[in-house]
Design a protein. Sequence first.
Length: 489
Amino acid sequence: MANNLGLAVKPVAETPVEEIERVAEWINTEEYKELNFKREALVIAPPHACQPLGAELVAHAFEGSLPFVHGSQGCASYYRSTLNRHFREPAPAVSDSMTEDGAVFGGQNNLHEGLENAIALYKPKMISVFTSCMPEIIGDDLTAFLKNARNKGIVPADMPTPFANTPSFNGSHVHGYDAMLLAILQTLTDGKKVEGRCTGKINLIPGFDANTGNFREYKKIFEAFGVPYTILGDISDVFDSPNDGTYRPYPGGTKLDEAADAINGKATINLGPFSATKTYSWVKENCAGKHAALPMPLGVAKTDAFLMKIAEISGKPVPESLKAERGRAVDAMTDAHQYIHGKKFALYGDPDQLIGYVSFLLEMGAVPYHILCSKGSKKVEKEIRALLDGSPYGTQGKVYMGKDLWHMRSLIMTDPVDAIIGDTHGKFIARDANIPLFRFGFPIFDRVNRHRYPIVGYQGVINMVTEICNKFIEIVDETCEDRFFEMMR
Ligand code: SF4
């Protein structure tokens, strides 16, 4: 064996080809699956990211907000590049680049110098600070550090600087999203509650969602109703801004004054019951008006529930345009159901999305078979189980909480399915099992523009049905002997 300089390289240990082949076969067996499921101390390919990544997503989602990572440069690059590759858009964020001296003496100097530079260079309206593992491990006191920064005049008195502790050794990106969103709302609404004032608006908390098309779909629904609204954490223009030759570091996001006035709203709807849990508890305690937590509107039934809630809160009937769209979605499902009916799916992802996928598949007569969540809970499991138990297509479904993609591989190789729904990281399993992967989750690196196609609302139903069924049709068309497949002769 030679290296790229042509020099001979002697492997430390040769692995015979037969041994490689034997192990490759063995990892597809029941025996290996049993050993794999006994694994306790090791996680392999978890389908979730770390807390600060979720914090960064929502820190981008407000007008003029600069995400600021208190911690390591490498970590900050990871969140930025993940968002950047998923959206194929810039994800401008800064880091105070803590290194060894910060780890020993604390990161206050880094934070102060970083804030000074960030304000001078990037002129934000708000700086949203969150942490990587390192300052969390050494116990940096962000409350004191930021108070000192203000006292020293590093941060202007009127510039909001919400901050969230986002320790990555705990929770996942959805928990970081929740912590940062809560901090932003607490900061912006502080002192803004006015007794007797009502904005007349419905506040919408979308939950952790990296599909800009979904945000546009929510806007379309509210506008069809003619109901004023505020999306609390709107990424639609931030990560889907027009390419007109001018770079804008802050191309969109929820207006800061609107977010501040959300505390005087007519109502707040939370569509992320499992990704905005703490935020919603705070909303219930502090925001005026009605409060409702609903599942993500994936599939017809959950979209119906969302629309009925808007109708109930606003006192307006469901508009004809949305009724017609519902009819088109049902028609799309009916036209395509024979291509998906009875097909078995393996699913993984964040709890809110996972519950939606299960609901949608059951509506189509498909079988959610292996359902896996790496950061789920008993409550998530119970909710999925209730959906499965309510449908004849759910009887075979098995739910796995706290498992990873290496577990999922074992499940699929020993008990096959027809397709997977997940994010890009499922592609290796899909290749090994020779089945399609439907990329509806986050992140999606290996396909373009997926984040522009909504999967929520009735349009989302049409999009999902179309993508899934056309793929199954394509597989048959490419492999069957009848070259007139689905054509008239
Ligand atoms: S898990 Fe911790 S060390 Fe790793 S990228 Fe996230 S914050 Fe950084």
